[in-house]
Ligand binder design. Sequence first.
Ligand code: F6R
Length: 369
Amino acid sequence: EKGGYDWFMLKEIAEQPAVVADTLRGRLTETGEIHLDEMRLSDDDLRDVGKIFIIACGTSYYAGMVAKYAIEHWTRIPVEVELASEFRYRDPVLDRSTLVIAISQSGETMDTLMALRHAKSQHARILAICNTIGSTIPRESDAVLYTRAGVEIAVASTKAFLTQIVACYLVALYLGQIRGTKWGDEVSAVVGQLQEMPAAVDKVLDTMEPVRELARTLAEADQILFLGRHVGFPVALEGALKLKELAYMHAEGFAAGELKHGPIALIGEGTPVVIVVPSPLGRDSLHGKVVSNIQEVRARGARTIVIAEEGDDKVVPYADHVIRVPRTPVLMAPLVTTVPLQVMACEIAAARGLDVDQPRNLAKSVTVE
Ligand code: F6R
């Protein structure tokens, strides 16, 4: 049942190209349009959306953080991403023109469900992005778009995360399409990019053996820090969460730009720091800034583990280890950069003699608040 893998988690990581493809299937037309009729929200409702809240917990929350970048960029609708457990306790401003997107793999997370019920009581429209057909969250929502990750058995979420990002992107493109903020050619260009992602993820998986070897050398570290910017920031948070969950190791993710505002004090001789580097072709010279961050942490003794695009040579002088991922458009990068972080966490936990699929104190679905 583990299909030759040591852990369900490794099997589920390996399934990612297939589940990304499954989540796209039937939702894109030949001409590069998005079809989400199954979603059950009328185009009129969607045209009136003035504000989006994304509510979720844990890894699903990080998928929401990634989605915010794409939704705002493609639709110009303001998006807030909020931890479901915090959402209803601060009296958020909600009305009929608010779209609340609840992201949940299990569809049973109590915090997310309670946040959704609160939003509903304030007349917001609710769209669930969920992996479990017929579960409570989609049942209580106005609309649902299912991710097609298949059953996730390992407690730590992996393949669900990638499909949640893809599903959010489909919703964003659909909103852009019907509201006219993204038109024909633009939507079909992004559709083309999405369609290339299963092969790109496959390519990352082919190069994971050195990452596993590297991970084994990190098993005794006291802490591992993760840095990223833009969509690489939630990826850094996700990398740290996987490591906490599986390896019981202190791990933190930071926005790289925040380093000098505090976290750089954590770095001592030999502290492993994983840096998710944005594409050198991206906007706003973020690449150069992150390369400077690599240099800064290394000057303070960090052991730098750099996740960078193929062909990005600027990182090489400051990297103790480089993990290569295929070149992708900026917003697609999380689908490839997350994968080595999943593999690392899995391997570090295994090297520490821990049960990767059943970490202590955790349950697959958290049905209490
Ligand atoms: C992390 C993990 C958890 C879940 C969180 C939300 O690996 O599995 O952080 O992501 O409990 O669960 P769902 O998506 O089922 O609402």
